[in-house]
Design a protein around this ligand. Structure first.
Ligand code: DOR
Ligand code: ZN
Length: 341
């Protein structure tokens, strides 16, 4: 039995670092372990220009602990009136790593999102030419579609036509939650990849209702049935290089979660790598953790692999009930792995 595991320093290919006091509070947890992170642009107002992304990147850098060499990779929030020249310029200048597509109304701060993909065809063509990835929140917003089906329906109604119409566009299906998404991405070509969160590997939708309503397990896409969780686990641990680590760590203050209309999001940054390690261990796939966490994402994005390493040891700490004003994922649990200093 492996009791210690050293892996190359990982990257988080999908994270919400927020702004202001929350940015200052949460960024050190991501920077402590990850070399780089793809930072989501769903601020209020959203990050839609090169100037806004440059300023946001500077605020992230200011929130880093002294001596940190963490690199935030910035994204542009697509709107119906997105300017393709601005986006391609931001990519060429090394400011924008990718664009994020939020279907309008799909999730937190998505009100400015795209109402119809026909409105951004020019942008998608320009991104395809530039080799700039499109990151998709893969859920339809049609209120007639059951919330547990929104990801699978998105594949049929939106993603398949998109990939057909833009045959060279590089796409990441973010935070996949279903057997359908895992199979679709696995069967896709090199230009299609997916991120996977720790909560979708650990929890099925039963966790939302265990002994009462559990707001801290609520995120979007919402947790699914057990058979989907198992399929997503197989995708993460099965060795396909187009699945990689993206925590979707999405902090909300306790009072915004424990509310009559609670926010979606799981704050998993403080124990993210320990959480993934527990899953890979349970699946007898610890030998594949490094590829998932530290290699597949960097290679897909065309980034050099990180220098340096992190070491995990068996025997976890008790996860605290609170980290600042936020309840972390696994609060009150003891994970099977800990990070060595
Ligand atoms: O649960 C989620 N929280 N899903 C998202 O897509 C957005 C995120 C947030 O920003 O809070
Ligand atoms: Zn997200």
């Amino acid at each position: 039995m492996t009791d210690r595991l050293t892996i190359r320093r990982p990257d988080d290919l999908h994270v919400h670092l927020r702004d202001g006091a929350m940015l200052a509070a949460v960024t050190p947890y991501t920077a402590r372990i990850f070399g780089r992170a793809v930072v989501m642009p769903n601020l209020s107002p959203p990050v839609t220009s090169v100037d806004a992304a440059t300023a946001y990147r500077a605020r992230i850098m200011a929130a880093l602990p002294a001596g940190s060499d963490f690199t935030p990779l910035m994204t542009c929030y697509l709107t119906d009136d997105a300017d393709r020249h601005e986006i391609v310029r931001g990519h060429a200048e090394g400011v924008f790593t990718a664009c994020k597509l939020y279907p309008a109304g799909a999730t937190t701060n998505s009100a400015h999102g795209v109402t119809d993909l026909r409105n951004v065809r020019g942008v998608l063509e320009a991104m395809q030419r530039a080799g700039m990835p499109l990151l998709v929140h893969g859920e339809v917003t049609d209120p007639a579609v059951d919330i547990f089906d929104r990801e699978a329906v998105f594949i049929e109604r939106v993603l398949q036509p998109l990939l057909r119409d833009f045959p060279a566009l590089r796409v990441v299906m973010e935070h996949i939650t279903t057997a359908e998404a895992a199979a679709f991405v696995e069967a896709g070509g090199d230009r299609l990849a997916a991120t996977i969160t720790p909560q979708h590997l650990h929890l099925s939708r039963n966790a939302l209702f265990e002994g009462g309503l559990r707001p801290h397990a609520y995120c979007l896409p919402v947790l699914k049935r057990e058979r989907h969780r198992l399929a997503v686990r197989r995708a993460a641990t099965g060795g396909c290089a187009r699945f990689f680590l993206g925590t979707d760590s999405a902090p909300h203050e306790v009072r915004a979660k424990e509310s009559g209309c609670g926010c979606a999001g799981v704050f998993n940054a403080p124990y993210a790598i320990e959480s993934y390690a527990a899953v890979f261990d349970e699946e007898d796939a610890l030998g594949r953790l490094e590829a998932f966490a530290s290699e597949n994402g960097a290679r897909w994005y065309g980034l050099p692999l990180n220098e340096g390493s992190v070491t995990l040891a068996r025997g976890g700490e008790l996860v605290p009930e609170r980290v600042g004003d936020v309840v972390p994922f696994h609060a009150g649990e003891r994970l099977g792995w800990r990070l060595e200093a």
